[in-house]
Design a protein around this ligand. Sequence first.
Ligand code: MTE
Length: 313
Amino acid sequence: MVFRFPETRDVSPTAESDYKTRRRFLTSLGMGTAGAMATVATVRHWRRPPITPQPRIENFTRNYTFPVDRPLTQQDAVLRFNNFYEFAADKRSVVQRSRGFCLDPYTLVIDGLVKRPLVLGLEDLQAMQLEERVYRFRCVEAWAMTVPWVGIPLASILARAEPTERAKYVAFESFLDVAQAPRQANLSFPWPYREGLQIEEAMNPLAFVALGLYGRFLQPQNGAPLRIVLPWKYGFKGPKSVVKMTLSATRPPSFWHTLQPLEYGFTANVDPAVPHPRWSQAQEIEIGGWGQRRPTLKFNGYGEWVAHLYPRS
Ligand code: MTE
């Protein structure tokens, strides 16, 4: 199978082909620029599936330890521009295809090299001290966003299971449910989606388990009910809809690394000096913006907290 990650041009908020088709259509109607722009805005709005807001998260504190240098991304862009291959390969249809997706009853299993294997329900997780953190987020495809996540430090969850001294890695496993996500019947992909970290990375204070964003519980398309957020790494390292964390002595498999090891490394730290084999990582584009580029930051700007983990980089 030749698998192709979307080209960088496809990741702009309005794909080029989409834009050209609309322009041809409007020109054929003989419309001027202002009329064309108004019509484009109306058509875009009209084509958008409605999103039912998730309930608000009532109790959380704000953690300002990790400052950001840019405004929050428009919430609507974060909710409508998604990578979630279990539902669609096209970012704009994930919201529609994942509508109604629900893991119920939901449990998070923590097992492997731990003294206290755990099975946590959603209510157990929601009862923990929740905090909001604004993080920069950088996808390997060179788009970026800035999101207020609500959740729990990953280290606090893992500590409850008491990892043993032999634990060197943490493996994450996303859900597997072909009935809800028919793309998982395609065995060319190593479902379920998996990712992994070294234990020191998982215990780093930046590593976060998100239950919500913008003050509300996660939408299906953003990885409900629980996803991993690692702001110094490319976004594919943070699996959505995680159901299991396994502590191990050996390096676990990872979804994209298994599919294309030369394109998606296991460590996958954001680094402007290391291009992806098919595109540069020197710059990034903010989603929900006007397509302006800005320089990519090493470790996505979080070197102060994580550079010591990688003395040779
Ligand atoms: N997790 C699962 N289970 N499936 C996926 O396809 N895509 C990853 C990551 N986690 C993915 C996943 C990638 S490539 C990115 S960039 C982010 O989710 C996208 O998160 P967002 O849609 O909330 O922006």
